[in-house]
Write a protein that binds this ligand. Structure first.
Ligand code: 16G
Ligand code: ZN
Length: 580
């Protein structure tokens, strides 16, 4: 009773913002930071409940990725390190928007009953917290730490950890309602300022009984990177030392981390710009570079021809580019589709080395299913290229949770969004086979091409983040593959030629008026709009165009592709007028 009244007292301190409908959306809640206090409190409760439900550690990341510095956001990482299960998103929306303490409590109690979240004899809930470099994130966490060190969950103050700690009073309240007598405390561990993929990696590692520190993350990356470097063809062994990569850190957490981390890497020379002195995401970062197709702040004529890369504000996206001319900061963009193609090319080559001479019937051979996953934004030329390589290509909705899910259906599933978010997933079954095969090859034919291919694939599975797309591990894999192939960024970009494309956004009153199907390639609402779009597309050779409601902003997005830039621009703007 006492606990219940404590909780009830604490909730009114965090009323939801008036006149704002909060939505978990594609990748968590996102809004102006000043609106998010109540959301943080409520998502903290959700994370603790999710931890109780799964008996595992859950992650909570405070970031608004590539959005402006005054925004913030929060998203939850599930036990696997992947995104929160979609089944729980409606609950997240409901509690975020609950208007008053009583309705919030009611929602929590009903949900706990429905999900059969019991508390007796359970492990305490445990949540790992991370945040990017946004100043608003720091304020929340600071308050949280104060309360946490006090070892109390008295509901005063505004800290996030505190909000989660409060959930132990929620539990008492459940006990009260559900008649369970045990009291369960929640543990919140602050991982500090980390990239989004680092937090996801830590959650995954933790639930597999591994160490969760940042140094163990970096150790795994650098040792698998070194392993791949050692497995370069002999004639390429000395390449790379004077071949510099320049990275735009978006003035965010990724730049900072890379600056520390690069000191431990040999055989790779990295210069990091935009490490955090300038304004986060302002004219910098992967989102800016990919959408605007220009060089970020801090890059200019002096960099013409250099190999450059750009991370986004929380380092879960990566694109490459090369400044091509002295005017207008023009660049050659090497986007997520090209990274996907490079990875697919390399993996396919290693698989065929491994399977060389192995008849299907022969014991021990394993026909690994290699597949790639893209969205409607994938450049048409990339999809053609991947299909010509003989790969299975699947299209999904926009948003990592959709791509990840599909990629997990393959033995090796590579997914990338054109915007640079992606990774390579290895199935447990394939990895077990690979480990055994690798051991056998080491004892029977150490140093053979097959043994090296098996070692490379194992190292890739260690290097590339298995939880979520990760710009830091992505950059290392790109670099080592380029060195392995002996390719320049330009040679890489020549794998295929992008069709010219244009993206536009149209501000609308109600983006839900647009409803799509077929992985967002066809609009079924408003009625008749697809026919109108088709009529525009028909005017352009190889024209392709689609509209979709954004999952993160109040806009409808338009994407168009055609054989010339002018045609792509014209197609996009005429379709944008249809939406307006
Ligand atoms: C989020 C998604 C990203 C997607 C983008 C689309 C994650 C981690 N991030 O940033 O994958 O491309 O939203 O935004 O899922 P939009 O719906 O506003 O176009
Ligand atoms: Zn991001």
């Amino acid at each position: 009773e006492n606990q219940q009244s404590l909780l009830l007292q604490s909730i009114p301190r965090f009323p939801p913002p008036k006149g704002v409908k909060l939505s978990y959306g594609t990748a968590g809640f996102r809004a102006d930071a000043s609106l998010l206090e109540s959301t943080m409190f409520r998502v903290g409760i959700l994370a603790a409940l999710r931890s109780l439900k799964t008996g595992s550690v859950i992650g909570l990341m405070i970031t608004a990725s590539h959005n402006q510095v005054s925004d913030n956001g929060v998203k939850v990482a599930d036990p696997s390190g992947g995104m929160l299960t979609q089944d729980w998103e409606p609950f997240a929306d409901d509690i975020a928007n609950a208007p008053d303490p009583h309705s919030l409590l009611q929602l929590i109690i009903e949900f706990a009953k429905k999900e059969e979240i019991g508390f007796e004899g359970r492990q305490p809930a445990e949540v790992l917290l991370g945040r990017d470099t946004r100043p608003s994130g720091e304020a929340l966490l600071d308050a949280a730490k104060q309360l946490n060190s006090g070892g109390t969950h008295t509901p005063i103050g505004f800290g996030l950890v505190h909000h989660i700690a409060i959930h132990s009073s929620v539990i008492c309240l459940f006990n009260f309602y559900l008649g369970i007598t045990s009291v369960v405390g929640a543990i919140a561990t602050d991982m500090g300022v980390v990239t989004t993929p680092q937090l996801h990696w830590m959650v995954r590692a933790r639930n597999r009984g591994m160490e969760t520190s940042e140094s163990s993350y970096f150790h795994q990356l650098s040792s698998s990177f070194r392993c791949l470097m050692d497995l370069k063809p002999e004639e390429r062994k000395n390449n790379g030392d004077d071949d510099k990569l320049v990275v735009d850190g978006a003035d965010g957490v990724g730049g900072e981390k890379l600056q520390q981390f690069k000191k431990t890497l040999t055989g790779l020379c990295i210069e990091v710009r935009n490490q955090g002195d300038g304004m986060l995401n302002e004219g910098v970062g992967a989102d800016y570079v990919q959408k605007e197709k220009v060089a970020p702040r801090g890059f200019g004529p002096a960099d013409v021809g250099l190999r450059c890369a750009s991370l986004d504000g929380d380092a879960d996206r990566l694109v490459y580019f090369s400044v091509t001319s002295n005017e207008n900061n023009k660049i050659e963009l090497v986007d997520g589709d090209k990274i996907l193609s490079l990875f697919a090319f390399f993996i396919k080559e290693q698989l065929s080395i491994l399977n060389e001479g192995e008849g299907e019937k022969e014991n021990g051979s394993y026909q690994a299913r290699l597949g790639v996953v893209q969205t409607a934004y994938a450049n048409g030329a990339s999809t053609d290229y991947l299909k010509e390589m003989g790969l299975e290509v699947v299209l999904t909705l926009t948003g990592v949770k959709y791509l990840h899910e599909k990629a997990a259906e393959f033995d090796i599933g590579i997914y990338f969004e054109a915007n640079g978010h992606g990774t390579i997933l290895f199935s447990e079954a394939f990895l077990s086979w690979l480990e055994v095969t690798h051991k056998t090859l080491l004892s029977t034919s150490e140093g053979s091409a097959k043994q090296k291919a098996a070692s490379r694939l194992l190292a890739v599975s260690q290097l590339i983040n298995q939880a979520v797309g990760d710009a830091l591990s992505g950059v290392l894999l790109v670099e080592v593959i380029l060195q392995y192939m002996g390719w320049s960024v330009h040679r890489w970009n020549e794998l295929y030629h992008d069709l010219p494309s244009r993206q536009l956004k149209v501000k609308v009153v109600d983006r839900s008026a647009v409803v799509t199907t077929n992985a967002e390639t066809v609009a079924v609402r408003p009625i008749g709009i697809q026919e109108a779009i088709n009529a525009e597309i028909a005017k352009y050779p190889q024209g392709r165009c689609f509209i979709r409601p954004s999952g993160t902003e109040d806009v409808v997005r338009v994407y168009a592709e055609a054989t010339t830039q002018d045609a792509a621009d014209a197609l996009a703007s005429s379709v944008a007028r249809l939406v307006d």
